[in-house]
Design a protein around this ligand. Structure first.
Ligand code: PEP
Length: 254
């Protein structure tokens, strides 16, 4: 049975002490909420990773992730952080291809394919983000965009490696805007993604892949979104910065 995941993306928020305090609150509140195959992942800035990973050791259903990692193993890339370095902190996951990285740092599908390879080679599980802009949706290009992000970003992987990948469908027009995709819109794309996975890797791999929804997901809309057949949880930005809101989203699983 595929994993159900609620992952928080803190983005570039919280200083070191604020991050530790929030994580302690979150772990206390969600430890009994995520059960069985449900998992909570907190994707923090690099500065928090090691400390959070130490704290997460006490909980089987809580893990830590980074929000990015470089595509090279190591070297003269001042200011960058490698997948190996991320892994050495105790982090298990890494967000790759977030629309903010695609938009502000020019990350292409081709680059993201390289980042995915190096993350997997270092034992990290990528949370690989895909999603269309408003302009692309209005031009009815969203299915084609999602398909090419999959084909160019992750479909070079063999089925074994792909099995380590979590996908996150995040329509760019819904991220941080307060506008959420309706559950019908989100389910339609998630079903499309799963059908693409079945064509590429077979039905079993498609059925085993966790596909998260992200984009202004909150305690009010999470229940309806997570009840959809092909939505396996959420990637949460703004609402992950408040322990009560984040916990209420985790509770929406049940
Ligand atoms: C995100 O950044 O991945 C995200 C979904 O943000 P928000 O929940 O704030 O829309």
């Amino acid at each position: 049975m595929r994993k159900k995941i609620v992952a928080g993306n803190w983005k570039m928020n919280l200083d070191y002490n604020e991050g530790l305090a929030l994580f302690s609150e979150v772990t206390n509140m969600v430890k009994d909420e995520a059960t069985g195959n449900q998992q909570v992942v907190v994707c923090s800035p690099f500065i928090h990773l090691h400390s959070l990973a130490q704290l997460a050791k006490g909980y089987s259903n809580i893990a830590v992730g980074a929000q990015n990692a470089h595509q090279a193993e190591s070297g003269a890339y001042t200011g960058e952080v490698s997948a190996k370095q991320v892994k050495s902190t105790g982090a298990e996951y890494v967000i790759l291809g977030h629309s903010e990285r695609r938009q502000y740092f020019g990350e292409s599908n081709e680059l993201l394919a390289k980042k995915t390879d190096i993350a997997l080679a270092n034992g990290l599980k990528p949370i690989f983000c895909i999603g269309e802009t408003l302009q692309q949706r209005e031009a009815n290009e969203h299915f084609g965009i999602i398909k090419s992000q999959l084909e160019e970003g992750v479909f070079h992987l063999d089925a074994d490696k792909f099995g380590q990948v979590v996908l996150a469908y995040e329509p760019v027009w819904a991220i941080g805007t307060g506008v959420t995709a309706t559950s019908d819109q989100a389910q339609e794309i998630h079903a499309f993604i799963r059908a693409e996975l079945a064509t590429k890797y077979g039905q079993q791999v498609a059925d085993d892949t966790t596909i998260l929804y992200g984009g202004s997901c909150n305690a009010k809309n999470a229940g309806e979104l997570f009840a959809c057949a092909d939505i396996d949880g959420g990637l949460i930005g703004g609402a992950s910065l408040k322990s009560r809101d984040f916990t209420d989203i985790v509770k929406a699983f049940n």
